[in-house]
Write a protein that binds this ligand. Structure first.
Ligand SMILES: [Mg+2]
Length: 194
């Protein structure tokens, strides 16, 4: 028997990256903590970003300065940014897009991937050049995965959510029970966006 035995199945499974339709590529505490230069190095050209509770807190309705600064940094790094929102209040979503200087797709119907693909076509970006960033597993992450993009899940900016989102949050807690979010206390620093 070889002296260089393989690691145990348990050890391997602990190190194995999470995969599957509900698993994000990365978990980061908030949008402003996402490393823009890492996105660019990973070949990302298009950032699809959720609006409610990712860019715009549902309890205030105004994007904080850190989000604006992050969007400016993303554009300065040569990335295109498009809001992809399920919010049916078209005027509010359009106002946010104008305010933040982003392209927009509303009525996105995430987790359907079709709106994401439409945004990719409009920006001339392939799925492997695209990242979807949002605060919900069952809309943002699932839609990004179905579209073939990379995905980053962030924590919601506020505890304010639609009633059915509160129900989904309970399921999210199950999916996320072993997940560490970069930027939160005790989380290990991860690298790479593959
Ligand atoms: Mg959201």
């Amino acid at each position: 028997m070889s002296s260089t035995s393989k690691p145990s199945t348990t050890a391997r499974s602990r190190r194995a990256p999470r995969r599957g339709p509900f698993a994000a590529t990365r978990y980061v505490a908030s949008l402003p903590l996402v490393d823009v230069s890492e996105l660019a190095r990973a070949g990302v050209r298009l950032v699809l970003v959720d609006r409610d509770n990712t860019c715009v807190p549902r309890d205030t309705g105004h994007a904080p300065a850190e989000v604006r600064a992050w969007l400016d940094a993303a554009r300065a790094a040569g990335l295109s940014v498009c809001l992809v929102s399920n919010n049916f209040h078209t005027a509010e979503v359009a106002a946010s897009a104008a305010d933040l200087g982003c392209a927009v797709v509303d009525h996105a119907m995430k987790p359907s991937p079709f709106a994401l693909r439409r945004a990719m076509r409009a920006a001339g970006a392939r799925a492997d050049e695209t990242v979807m960033i949002g605060d919900q597993v069952f809309t943002d992450v699932l839609a990004g995965n179905l579209a073939g993009a990379r995905t980053i899940l962030v924590r919601p900016q506020s505890p304010s959510d639609l009633w059915y989102t509160h129900l989904l949050r309970a399921l999210e807690r199950l999916v996320l029970r072993d997940v560490e979010f970069l930027g939160e206390e005790g989380a290990k620093t991860g690298t790479g966006l593959t």
